[in-house]
Design a protein around this ligand. Structure first.
Ligand code: GLN
Length: 499
């Protein structure tokens, strides 16, 4: 079942939104062991579904009306908890909806919220193990991480607990869990989607995007969430765009050859993405995918992104710097967790933060405060900003030779739960191929392109130039029309449906 098919079933009254919502709520309940959700409120979801059914009965529906969606718990929502997977916001209830939630919801596209998905605390992490609510489990193998930070969203889509979910990507958090769970996800151009109501990690890098089984479903969701928002001054004013408009079109409109729809497309393959450290099976799967694109008419050219390795130190200076500033608002005074043990104001701050934040969050705050402090600001923060600019320029040089870039999402497949949690550097290194798109603000997506010998999914990354999401979705859709990696499903046992 896809969003498109469900839409048809809803408008032809074969199914009601209440029935569909009940179906997914039951699946979520049966798959509790996956720990994909932080908060589920069936009555609220069903109330929304009823209203969606009314809209459909009145003929007031849009293409997404009545279709359920799950939101990463980094988006604030009225009714459901908004915790960012932190003890600091453990019981926090937001008085308003994030713009993304509002636009997708009943006042916008008419989708029904199924609940809030698990994630790394404040979106800091690559494995979902940093959640105060425990890790979500990879439905392909329950001993493995689902990736992070949008792990719960990826698990929910992969395990069929929802057709779509929202995610956010600061350094790979949509693409990497999508890759590890065998689904599709896109991080739009920075500024394409409003960050209002998205609990901030690193504001100059954070961007929201959709996660679903297919590129065409992501295109439908992009239509709903993109656009200027007066409440986010970094969101960009652009003419309204239909992200589905190119899905089935040939790349070159003068080419009418249906078996080579991508004729004329130039794919840049950055040689640095295939350097040592890349897992052999991942490499093979990516090469196989590139061959498939060639069969569809595209041409691959080698390009260079010479500063790829530097994206790790640059990102891990800049992101913690912004995080330390954004996280300073959690002081136990206005909202969130407050320690019970304090004698004065200073102690209240210290104890609330010490007890409320998890280990990785504290590590990033320390690093961030350090690189911003007097004497180190010039040596670290400013240097990192300069290299960030060079990384962005390298992409522009590469785009003079190609239309899109392709390579692996991550150097490896999912790892075992616990395997890297004692070694933060090893975890940071896994982000090498995703960070640079955020540093440059470019749109980037992840597509399922194979499995390793043990049955763990592998993701292909596509990076486009600014605001080229519709073209990327077009390229991705042609790949998915000619392959079936995105149709693979984890065994039903894994989603807790044994009996
Ligand atoms: N893994 C990266 C980090 O820990 C990226 C996380 C994200 O994109 N939110 O910062």
């Amino acid at each position: 079942m896809t969003i498109e098919k469900l839409h048809e079933a809803l408008i032809s009254k074969q199914l009601s939104s209440v029935e569909v919502t009940n179906y997914f709520l039951n699946r979520i309940n049966a798959a509790k062991g996956l720990n994909a959700f932080i908060d589920v409120q069936p009555e609220l979801s069903l109330e929304q579904a009823k209203q969606a059914d009314q809209l459909i009965a009145q003929g007031n529906q849009g293409k997404l009306t009545g279709i359920p969606i799950a939101h990463k718990d980094v988006f604030v929502t009225k009714g459901w908890k908004s915790t960012a997977a932190s003890k600091m916001l453990g019981n926090y209830q937001s008085p308003f909806d994030a713009t993304v939630v509002e636009k997708l919801g009943l006042l916008g596209s008419g989708m029904v919220c199924l609940g809030k998905t698990n994630m790394d605390e404040f979106a800091l992490g690559s494995s979902n193990e940093n959640s105060a609510f425990g890790p979500a489990l990879n439905p392909w193998n329950l001993d493995y991480v689902p990736g992070g930070s949008s792990g719960g969203s990826a698990v929910a889509v992969a395990a069929g607990l929802t057709l779509a979910a929202t995610g956010t990507d600061t350094g790979g958090s949509i693409r990497q869990p999508a890759a590890f769970c065998g689904i599709t996800g896109i991080k739009p151009t920075y500024g394409r989607v409003s960050r209002y109501g998205m609990i901030a990690y690193a504001s100059s890098l954070d961007q929201a995007g959709p996660m679903a089984k297919t590129a065409s479903e992501c295109a439908w969701l992009m239509n709903a969430i993109a656009g200027k928002d007066l409440r986010d001054s970094t969101s960009v004013e652009r003419e309204n765009e239909d992200f589905t408009r190119l899905l089935d079109a040939n790349w070159d409109s003068s080419n009418s050859n249906a078996s080579q729809p991508l004729k004329g497309l130039k794919i840049g393959v950055p040689k640095e993405f295939f350097a040592k450290g890349l897992n052999h099976e991942v490499k093979l799967a990516i090469e196989q995918a590139l061959k498939q694109f060639e069969a569809l008419g595209a041409v691959c050219v080698e390009v260079s992104l010479p500063k790829t390795e530097l994206s790790i130190p640059v990102y891990y200076v800049l992101a913690p710097a912004e995080a330390s500033s954004n996280l300073s608002r959690y002081d136990g005074v206005r909202y969130g967790y407050r320690s019970e043990k304090y004698k004065d104001l200073a102690q209240m701050y210290t104890h609330s933060r010490t007890e409320g934040f998890g280990a990785e969050v504290k590590r990033r705050i320390l690093v961030g405060a350090y690189v911003l402090s007097q004497g180190y600001y010039d040596a670290y923060y400013l240097q990192a900003q300069k290299i960030r600019r060079i990384i962005a320029q390298d992409f522009q040089t590469a785009f003079t030779q190609c239309d899109v870039l392709m390579g692996p999402v991550a150097p490896d497949v999912a790892w075992k739960i616990g395997e890297k949690s004692k070694d933060p550097i090893a975890m940071y290194l896994e982000d090498i191929f995703t960070l640079s798109a955020n540093l440059a603000g470019l749109p980037a997506m992840s597509l399922p392109c194979g499995f390793n010998q043990s049955g763990l999914p592998i993701g292909l990354q596509m990076i486009g130039n600014y605001f080229k999401e519709a073209e990327m979705l077009q390229v991705a859709n042609h790949y998915q029309t000619s392959t079936d990696w995105h149709l693979m499903q984890p065994s039903q046992n894994a989603v807790g449906e044994k009996s």
